[in-house]
Write a protein that binds this ligand. Structure first.
Ligand code: CA
Length: 226
């Protein structure tokens, strides 16, 4: 459940936002002044922060600036500004806010904005590429390159390599490889894992000086640099 911090001193506004977001399934914290808002933001983990500009103790622009200074840019901030205050918008975005919403707004608008920001955030975190040494596996285009050279794999070889690249430097037993790469209808009582490891090695290691897939005798296989 995403956690959202609301920093807003006007109780009617903050409780209206809180109620709506909780109904949408979010976990919500509310801080009623800027100093407390900053403390919550720095000490608790949130997925997004809704921050009003006009606040007692410390205004929202200052809260945002200090928050960005101390904690970086990973958590999106949605700034609430008063109608017509374009200066606030510019300064707000300068201070490190990701987006803004002009008051008064309808809950639907706020919710749509929050959903879009959380979506952007999660997209930014899921990279379609897995990299290990000079090996790159792209999950969008289903392509593999080593040292920039494209390597053609069958879909099973691709899944096998993906499993290795998601678990680099970990010794993977034949059983765990089998369970993660093959579906349950296959019979494990064959050397199918070893056969496919050989296929994969022939394609990604054979023509290169440094080998990446290594046998760990009696244990399984590991993706690592020599
Ligand atoms: Ca306010």
């Amino acid at each position: 459940m995403p956690k959202i911090l609301i920093v807003e001193d006007e109780v009617n506004v903050s409780s209206f936002i809180q109620k709506g977001l909780e109904e949408e399934g979010y976990f919500v914290d509310v801080a009623y002044d800027g100093a407390l808002g900053l403390r919550f933001a720095l000490t608790r983990e949130y997925d997004l922060i809704v921050l009003d500009v006009v606040l007692p103790q410390m205004n929202g622009l200052e809260v945002c600036r200090r928050y960005r200074e101390q904690s970086g840019y990973s958590v999106p901030v949605l700034m609430l500004t008063a109608l017509g205050s374009t200066d606030d918008i510019v300064v707000g975005l300068d201070s490190g806010a990701d987006d803004y919403l002009v008051k008064p707004f309808r809950f639907k608008e706020l919710n749509a904005r929050i959903n879009a920001m959380l979506r952007r955030k999660s997209n930014a975190h899921t990279t379609p590429e897995l990299k290990f040494a000079d090996l790159v596996l792209n999950l969008d285009t289903i392509t593999v390159t080593r040292s920039g050279r494209e390597i053609l794999l069958t879909s099973k070889e691709f899944r096998l390599l993906e499993f290795f690249m998601n678990n680099p430097r970990r010794v993977l037993s034949r059983t765990s490889i089998f369970e993660n790469v093959w579906d349950a209808n296959y019979d494990m009582n064959t050397n199918i894992v070893d056969v496919y490891i050989k296929y994969l090695r022939d394609k990604i290691d054979k023509d290169f000086n440094s080998k990446l897939i290594h046998t760990v005798i009696g244990m399984g296989y590991v993706l690592k640099e020599e």
